[in-house]
Ligand binder design. Structure first.
Ligand code: HEM
Length: 212
């Protein structure tokens, strides 16, 4: 396994955030409706981690460092972990574990159904992220994992439905998502790789010139 200490550090950092939020909720430091704040924070955390995991490949293209890919799976799994906690917090704090209410909400509130579709997308990605699945699915693995793009769009739709007119934060996530999606268009990706390789070559030549 590559970069075990960095992976451990990443694990500790990402795992400690929900614990800190829970601590704040218990200490009555999350305002009058801590359950709702927890649901919102975990939802935004899941979206943030999903975007981070999707940034790893463009970062490799830009920097030429293949190490980014070593963290992609872990961050993607954490996105699913946060999304699952988001659902658990919603069921516990907002619905008081009334599962029949959840079934009614799925039918009555389209944004809940949209959230559930996004969670199914993340679940599919998480379940097929093992080496065994990669081997078993072969070339189909890459194709299957392209569902991360529609999943991201569904998450953005879910969030837009929640925030409605207050689109400040949503626009920021949507802009980052648009940049990441554009970076995966083959023609743009090739251009990025060319530009960054040229830039790195120039830097190496400059360094050699200064040293010599
Ligand atoms: C069955 C699945 C899901 C359910 C039931 C659900 C439920 C909810 C609810 C009830 C809210 C609004 C809470 C409030 O009143 O403020 C919300 C907001 C949100 N959810 Fe979900 N959600 C689901 C899946 C997801 C997934 C998979 C993601 C991301 C990967 C996600 C990201 C968000 C975000 C970003 C918000 C907005 C938070 C904010 O306004 O700050 N949700 N969700």
């Amino acid at each position: 396994m590559r970069y075990p200490w960095w992976r451990l550090l990443l694990f500790c950092c990402v795992a400690s955030v929900p614990c800190y939020w829970l601590y704040l909720a218990a200490a009555a430091a999350l305002g009058p409706d801590p359950g709702k704040v927890l649901v919102d924070n975990l939802g935004q955390g899941a979206l943030f981690l999903l975007l981070c995991s999707m940034a790893m490949t463009p970062l490799r293209s830009l920097t030429g460092w293949s190490g980014w890919i070593a963290f992609r799976r872990q961050i993607g799994l954490w996105a699913f972990g946060y999304a699952s906690l988001h659902l658990a917090a919603y069921l516990y704090f907002l619905l008081g574990l009334e599962f029949s209410d959840f079934a009614a909400e799925l039918v009555e509130r389209p944004y809940i159904a949209v959230g559930a579709i996004a969670l199914m997308g993340l679940l599919t990605l998480a379940m097929t992220s093992t080496r065994w699945s990669m081997r078993k699915l072969g070339k189909r693995w890459k194709k299957l994992h392209r569902i991360v793009y529609p999943t991201l769009l569904v998450v953005l739709l879910h969030m837009l439905w929640v925030v409605r007119s207050d689109v400040g934060q949503w626009s920021l996530y949507a802009t980052v998502a648009a940049i990441l999606l554009a970076a995966r268009v083959p023609a743009i990706e090739r251009r990025l790789v060319r530009i960054s390789a040229k830039w790195r070559d120039e830097q190496t030549a400059k360094k050699a010139e200064n040293n010599g």
